[in-house]
Design a protein around this ligand. Structure first.
Ligand code: PAF
Length: 286
């Protein structure tokens, strides 16, 4: 696996693959990679001849009081893991090369509408940072296909809007959520959890399952959402949202359309998100 840290070299390498008629898949990450990320690499591999991953802890998607400084950085382990996972090229831009005019003068991409609800409401500016860096990464790597995890359900929707709106010729694939044996969705932030918090964290997935079951049993959505919030608050979590929406982030009107249950909750200083896609009357997916 090649590790590249400057843009002209990245462009040369990818242009050579494209000239040889090879299809390029891209997996953007912020590093501190785990099996969830490696499953994205495996999925990318199924859709292309070459797989590029990026590791870049993007300062513009963190709020002033968020975890940018303490976000775990593990460059050596990431490179070794990506190589084992079958990645062909690791793109590691610097902050200066990503934002050449400096962080006070970032040309920003904003996807209106869906970025103002859920995580967008609780993390103002977060999705502007995500859209801005992903647009830059797409311009740098110029992949044919890009893979994003479905755990970041709203992020995936933001990326799909971005690609459609700015006419990036890139196919976007959503990868299934990877979970620990006890159901906790894999996340780099799980390692912030104390042993006591880690023991409670799977309750988020259990609550999502409960939400699906209660919708299935015919309970009103308001009641299901109230029950979910109460179940998490009872064990000391601070709930940002626990809701059921359509895949277009609308309030469901009909009973049997595909739905998604979404939770964001804080456990101590750690904010966790998770979701379950389901169709009432069918078993939950993911
Ligand atoms: O999901 C992530 O890890 C990040 O938000 C992404 C897409 C790599 C952009 O920084």
């Amino acid at each position: 696996m090649k590790i590249i840290e400057n843009l002209p070299e990245l462009r040369r390498e990818i242009a050579a693959w494209k000239q040889a008629g090879q299809r390029v898949a891209f997996v953007p990450t912020m590093g501190n990679l785990h099996d969830g990320h490696y499953s994205l690499i495996a999925l990318a591999r199924q859709h292309a001849d070459r797989v590029v991953a990026s590791v870049f802890v993007n300062p513009t998607q963190f709020g002033p009081n968020e975890d940018f400084e303490r976000y775990p950085r593990t460059p050596q382990a990431d490179a070794a893991g990506l190589e084992t996972a079958g990645c062909d090229l690791l793109w590691r831009p610097s902050v200066d090369s990503m934002y050449p005019l400096g962080l006070a003068h970032v040309v920003t991409v904003r996807v209106p509408g869906i970025t103002e609800i859920l995580d967008g409401a609780h993390r103002p500016g977060h999705f502007d940072g995500v859209a801005t860096v992903v647009a830059r990464l797409f311009n740098q790597v110029q992949p044919d296909v890009a893979v994003f995890g479905r755990k970041d359900y709203q992020q995936l929707a933001v990326i799909r809007h971005l690609v459609q709106e700015l006419a990036f010729p890139i196919e976007i694939i959503g990868a299934p959520i990877k979970r620990e044996a006890d159901g906790l969705a894999m996340s780099s932030r799980n390692q912030y959890l104390s042993p006591e918090e880690r023991a409670l964290a799977p309750r988020i997935h259990q609550t999502l399952q409960m939400m699906c079951e209660q919708v299935d049993a015919g309970l009103a959505l308001d009641e299901v959402q109230r029950n979910a919030r109460a179940a998490l608050e009872d064990i000391g979590m601070q709930v940002d949202y626990a809701c059921i929406l359509t895949p277009e982030f609308k309030t469901p009107q009909a009973a049997s359309t595909p739905l998604v249950a979404l939770i964001a909750a804080r456990l101590g200083n750690t904010r966790l998100i998770d979701n379950l896609e389901f169709t009432p009357g069918a078993l939950p997916q993911g």
